[in-house]
Structures are given as structure tokens and as C-alpha cells.
Design a protein around this ligand. Sequence first.
Ligand code: AKB
Length: 316
Amino acid sequence: MSRILVTGALGQIGSELVPALRDKYGADQVIAADFRMPTGEIEAPFEWIDVTQPNQLQDVFRRHKISRIYHMAALLSAVAEDKPQLAWEVNMGGLYNVLELARLHNCSVFFPSSIGAFGPTTPRDGTPQDTIQRPTTIYGVTKVSGELLCDYYATRFGLDTRGLRLPGLISYTAPPGGGTTDYAVEIFYQAVRYRHYTCFLSEDTRLDMMYLPDAIGAMIKLMEADASKFKHRNAFNVTAMNFTPTEIADEIRKHIPEFVIEYDVDPMRQAIADSWPRFMDDSAARAEWGWTPTYDLAMMTKDMLEHVGAKVKSAR
Ligand code: AKB
């Protein structure tokens, strides 16, 4: 029986994607892979893989009959800007290795692009599906190149590649680890623990966001969708909500009235955020494969506070 491989399985998305896929397709049908060793949160089957090493990927393909890959292994925007050479090696080298193996084994591939694929010359409000993409970060460069490379493999080799331009993702299972939108996760832990958060983005920085259950649903739905209805395939804009740090703090204050937010702006992450869309137009995803999010700011905030509250309490 053919199986699904998830690279970057221990990261923010992978930690919830693997259980969701196992629920849907069966536990032994989904191979979790990461270059870190699991510390208990993900069960077997697990494979240790560095995606920059094609022989390690080849070995997993040989031993398991892989038919679909969710390629999540990548450096996020702030870490990538700190280590641009490594970002190119992991984000582009890893994707190239995955696409080549997918070509040889006729697998379908999911590639996560990002709002980071846009740049300062892109229209920032209602960012269209098809528009100018001249990102000024190495992360963005790897995301646009990744979108193009996936398109190339689809048209040149007939590979079934699909992808989403994801906004900032908010979740409580695993931390995001090095993105510009990470503040929208940190704020919940700090609100629950200390009733106080110092934000590294300015108060009026508006960005697209999504609660992780919606993102997981979108990835699975896109890979199951009827491709004959696609006009696009590799980089669908998807969003669920957009807000500023002030607005999310106001929402948290509805549950924790004494919560205080302060600002100590990090110029590097602020510059990245200022080059990204404030909100995208995701009508192509809605029309071509029925994308609809469930969580808005109010629902997400309530759910995050419940889960983060329980986590913090059980860690005491
Ligand atoms: C990041 O901030 O780097 C990511 C993203 C928006 O792609 N969360």
C-alpha cells in the first residue's frame, strides 16, 4: 500500500499535520520525518532525514512505498534572514531533492509557500492571486523560487504538485520557531503566564493569519481536490483573518482584562512584516477547490487561551 511522507514533521505544522493525516488514512500509512529526534510527541513510523541529503530521502522512498509528500522542512523568515546561505540550502536544496525523488517515484507533492513570497512592490491590501512578486528576504526568494520550481515540474514532467501561500499560523502544539508572525503565538503564552507581553512588531502592523486547524484542513483538502477544476495549482492565496498587535491584545483582554501589551520593535522583523501583504485576496482558492476557514479572531483567541491555559497549568 502506498504511503504519505511528511518532512519537517516535528515543526509547528508537522506536529498537527501528522496526527490529522494518521486519523484520516491510518497510523502506519503516514511516515513522519525530521532531522531532529522525536521526544515523544510523534509516534512511529518515524524516519530521521536531512532533506539536503538526497541519499537519505532515497532510502526512505526505497523502504516505504511513498505516493504523496507534504514537504514542510524549511527555515522560517527571521531565522532565514540570519542564515541566508543555510536557508537557500535547506529551503531550495531540500525542495529540489524532494521534487526529483517525486519525479522518479511519481508522487504528488505539497509545497507550503507563504505571504513571504510577496515584497514591497506587491499591492498590500487585497493582494491578488496573480501579481508582482519581488520579495526582499531570502525566505521570500526561496518561496517564489519554490512556487516556480513546482510549476516547472508540473508542466515539464507532469508531476502533481500543489501548494498554498500560507499566512502567519497560530497554534499551541509546537512553537513556530523563527518566523516574523511568531508574536501571534507568543502573546498567548505571555498573557496566560504573566498578563503582559512585549511585542517585537509595532502596534499597527497588520498581517494575514490563520489558526492551524484551518491550515491543516486546507492542505488536506487541496491535495484531495479535483485538479481538473484548477486554474492555479502551486500557490493559492489562503487567509482566515487579519489583525494588528493592538487588535489581538484587545481580543485577549476580553478574557484577561488585566492583560498589558508593550512594544519593543525589532527592526529586522518589522522590515520583513512591512514588506508583506496586510491582507490577501483568496478568492481563487475559494472558487477552484472550495476553501473556507472556520476560525475568526474571536474563535481562535478563545480556543488558544483554553489550550494554552491548560498547557501552562499542567506544566506547573
Ligand atoms: C514566518 O513568519 O516566517 C512564517 C510565514 C508567514 O511564512 N510564519
